[in-house]
Ligand binder design. Structure first.
Ligand SMILES: [Zn+2]
Length: 270
């Protein structure tokens, strides 16, 4: 498996750090779409309903002032490869001063801590949207998902002391700005990086979401709200000529979107 990929975003040095790869049933990505509509599109794109390939792509950024990781992956006990591949790229987790969480699904926060509860990035400030924090640390949500609660607690509330909560379009560190994009989760944030790339997080869960922004994923907390977030991001990418990076897009995760009819289409750069 490819472990890491270096590239440049404006003045920032970037490394996509592979946390793993999976293939899941298409309903995970496009749960709201009837089979008759979905299957021809999958076939035309070389995909089958039973196994749509997907990746986990945490992103390392060296801004010159800050060393940043965006999302921490699944965590070692769930098979996450981030630590192995950071090491392969010559990046010491102790040198990372900023951890940015796009949203609190387990494949994005599972590597916040080690399996024994130590901070995986011991010298970092961790950032997350305030609405996202409030939702995933609420007793209602923890009681609804008792099987998830220990992992959520270990990677969120148990380490609350290291977190800073992001509101609105805050600049998290110079050159990295939050873009509130609720839908996939209540307080999901996308990121504008170096004025040159839009990290869409899971607002687009699969590249076909550029062309079919209304096809919400089973994992979307608010499937009726998620399409507006996708459209906002795609418009912004075209208007500002931004690269697009998706956490679950084919490794190394980045490409361009161009208008196609009333929507858009995504092209990987590599
Ligand atoms: Zn995800």
């Amino acid at each position: 498996m490819i472990g890491f990929h270096r590239f440049q975003i404006g003045d920032f040095a970037a490394v996509t750090v592979n946390d793993g790869q999976f293939a899941r049933e298409a309903g995970i990505f496009f749960g709201s779409v009837p089979d008759a509509e979905l299957e021809p599109v999958l076939a035309a794109n070389g995909l089958t309903r039973d196994a749509v390939p997907s990746w986990f792509d945490p992103l390392y950024l060296d801004t010159g002032q800050h060393k940043v990781i965006v999302d921490t992956g699944n965590g070692a006990e769930r098979g996450g490869q981030i630590m192995t591949n950071l090491q392969a790229a010559g990046i010491d987790p102790a040198d990372i001063d900023t951890v940015i969480i796009t949203h609190a699904h387990v494949d994005h926060i599972g590597g916040n801590t080690t399996p024994d509860g130590m901070l995986a990035f011991p010298n970092a400030r961790y950032y997350i949207g305030r609405d996202e924090w409030n939702y995933w640390t609420s007793s209602e949500v923890l009681n609804l998902r008792p099987e998830r609660a220990p992992l959520l607690r270990r990677n969120l509330s148990d380490i609350e002391r290291v977190f800073t909560f992001v509101e609105g379009e805050a600049e998290i560190v110079p050159g990295i700005q939050a873009i509130p994009t609720p839908g996939h989760s209540p307080g999901h944030i996308a990121l504008l990086v170096a004025g040159a790339m839009l990290h869409v997080g899971d607002a687009l869960h699969q590249p076909l979401h550029a062309e079919y922004p209304d096809w919400s994923a089973s994992f979307d907390t608010y499937p009726d709200v998620a399409p507006a977030a996708r459209r906002k991001l795609m418009k912004m990418a075209v208007e500002q000529n931004l690269r697009v990076f998706g956490f679950h897009f084919p490794f190394p995760g980045y490409g361009r979107v161009t208008p196609k009819g009333a929507t858009w289409t995504w092209q990987p750069e590599l």
